[in-house]
Design a protein around this ligand. Structure first.
Ligand code: NAP
Length: 493
């Protein structure tokens, strides 16, 4: 007796999207999975209609109902919407975990073939520079805020460890730039170390992100799960796709507490749109992740095995793969022909690689739903003090005039500790100032070192600075939390 159909929102998307999505839907139906598809719009067509979010209300409502999305790539048209509809979708539904497996496939030649590459990049999907909070500080200086929260870090790190536990994986590597960004990337690393202690059977490892890129190129098989912040993850997950055959083979899942969105890593590849030549494997592999998420494990294994058989036998080869192997591009398989071959191989098991059907590795039910544990209680017990202020301002004056002018504004309670330019101290006592860009940071601190400065003093200081320097642009309070400075020193300080 067939069960109740799964309700799934399907967004065909732009460019080659409808072709690869149709391919995945046909294969899922051929595998006998009962699905009630809710087709929904997002992307270019929506922008053209004048909806600047790219994601209309009906689509949001459908996702609220189904909580599962299979999605083709969405174009970000220049001149229509301002924000990417992809990023909007991920953020609207708080899909904080971007999971990108990179697994060696039979019949797909790469430099690493035979080394057993089988890794997963777990990328934080909401925070970091992708919060998209940018401001021009002066007409010539731009700033993007890098937001890293303890909660966001803990959710993704816990997700990575739960995934490792569920898949029987041995090691989780945390990739950060904590050596340079000690507070933001450093927070992510500290949370990783705290959470790792709860998973004693899994080996935790921390590597600097640039070394991870180097190690991925040199010996990718050493990695199991890599967990990292948003921008780092964006870059190294594309790198990882390249290790196992490229964008035609790179799937992904975006998981939140309530909603999961499955899509290929690739974009809309407009030059191939409507030509029936694109490789659908990436989207089909993404749909396999989706089937596992909704508990259709057996169908997921059957489809994955059919893909492995198809690639291993090499009777149907898509254009991209033919190009990589020096094969016959003229007679390469079409998208629909390749899909037919996969459907014809449903029920067969691969011979040169271990089949997924009957595999020991649990690749089971819904993906882990980690809890975060740092509630308001922790907040309440923290001793906090504000011991000064950083004021950012634009000014034409040379530093040896600017320094004394700012010192004169300090007052009785605070003193000017230093001025920096792009993070490097330039005042006082620096003989060779750096090549500044006329955006300065003036750091004022309590004259009685480390003591709290009342807000009234800080606001009065701010007013004095603003009256003298109309180019002031923003301020940052200098906090001390539980005795730990919540700010970094300048280079050379
Ligand atoms: P792209 O669409 O991924 O295409 C770049 C190139 O990758 C293609 O020209 C093709 O290479 C290859 N490729 C992509 N998908 C392939 C597949 N299924 N099989 C084989 N080869 C494939 O990247 P783009 O041209 O930079 O972006 C186009 C649009 O997509 C942009 O509007 C962008 O914003 C959007 N985009 C959307 C998403 C998303 O929805 N998640 C992701 C990325 C980009 P060859 O030319 O060598 O054949």
């Amino acid at each position: 007796m067939p069960g109740q159909p799964h309700r799934i929102t399907v967004i065909p998307g732009d460019g080659v999207g409808p072709e690869v999505v149709r391919s995945a839907m046909r294969i899922i139906e051929a595998a006998g999975v009962p699905v009630a598809w809710e087709e929904a719009l997002a992307g270019a067509e929506v922008f053209r209609r004048g909806d600047t979010s790219g994601v209309p209300g009906e689509t949001r409502a459908s996702i609220e109902r189904t909580r599962v999305v299979l999605k083709g790539p969405l174009e970000t048209p220049v001149g229509f919407g301002e924000k990417s509809a992809n990023v909007t979708l991920r953020k609207l539904f708080e899909t904080y975990a971007n999971v990108r497996p990179a697994r060696e496939l039979p019949g797909v030649p790469t430099r690493y073939a035979g080394e057993g590459v089988d890794l997963v990049i777990v990328r934080e999907n909401i925070e970091d520079l992708y919060a998209g909070i940018e401001h021009m500080q002066t007409p010539d200086v731009a700033q993007c805020l890098k937001i890293i929260s303890r909660k966001g870090s803990e959710k993704i790190v816990r997700y990575a460890f739960e995934l490792a536990r569920r898949e029987g994986r041995r090691k989780v590597t945390c990739a950060t730039k904590a050596n340079i960004m000690k507070l933001t990337e450093g927070l992510f690393k500290r949370v990783f170390e705290e959470v790792a202690a709860e998973y004693p059977e899994i080996v935790p490892e921390h590597l600097i992100i640039d070394n991870v890129a180097h190690q991925l190129a040199k010996n990718p098989a050493q990695f199991d799960i890599v967990v990292t912040t948003n921008l780092n993850g964006d870059i190294i997950s594309d790198l990882a796709s390249g290790l196992v055959g490229g964008l035609g083979f790179a799937p992904s899942g975006n998981y939140g507490d309530g909603v999961a969105i499955f899509e290929a890593v690739h974009g809309s590849a407009p030059k191939y749109a409507g030509k029936d030549v694109i490789n659908p494997t990436a989207l089909v592999l993404s749909s396999i992740m989706m089937l596992r998420h909704i508990g259709e494990t057996a169908a997921a294994d059957t489809i994955e095995d059919a893909i492995l058989v198809t690639l291993e036998e090499g009777k149907a080869v898509t254009q991209d793969l033919a190009r990589q192997t020096g094969g016959d591009i003229e007679h390469a398989a079409s998208t629909s022909g390749f899909t037919d071959t996969i459907i014809g191989n449903l029920g067969r098991l691969p011979e040169t690689v271990p089949p997924r059907t009957g595999s020991e590795r649990p690749s089971g039910d819904a993906m882990p739903k980690p809890r975060w544990s740092y509630g308001p209680e922790r907040y309440a017990v923290i001793e906090r003090r504000t011991i000064g202020l950083d004021v950012f301002l634009e000014d034409e004056a040379p530093i040896d005039a600017l320094g004394p002018a700012l010192e004169a504004l300090a007052g009785d309670v605070v003193r000017l500790e230093m001025i920096s330019s792009r993070g490097t101290k330039v005042y006082p006592g620096v003989d060779a100032p750096t090549d500044g860009v006329r955006l300065w940071r003036a750091r004022f601190v309590a004259r009685a070192e480390g003591t709290a400065v009342p807000d009234a003093e800080l606001l009065a200081l701010q007013s004095r600075v603003a009256a003298r320097f109309p180019g002031w642009t923003h301020v940052e309070k200098l906090h001390v939390f539980d005795g730990e400075p919540g700010f970094t020193k300048a280079q050379g300080q």
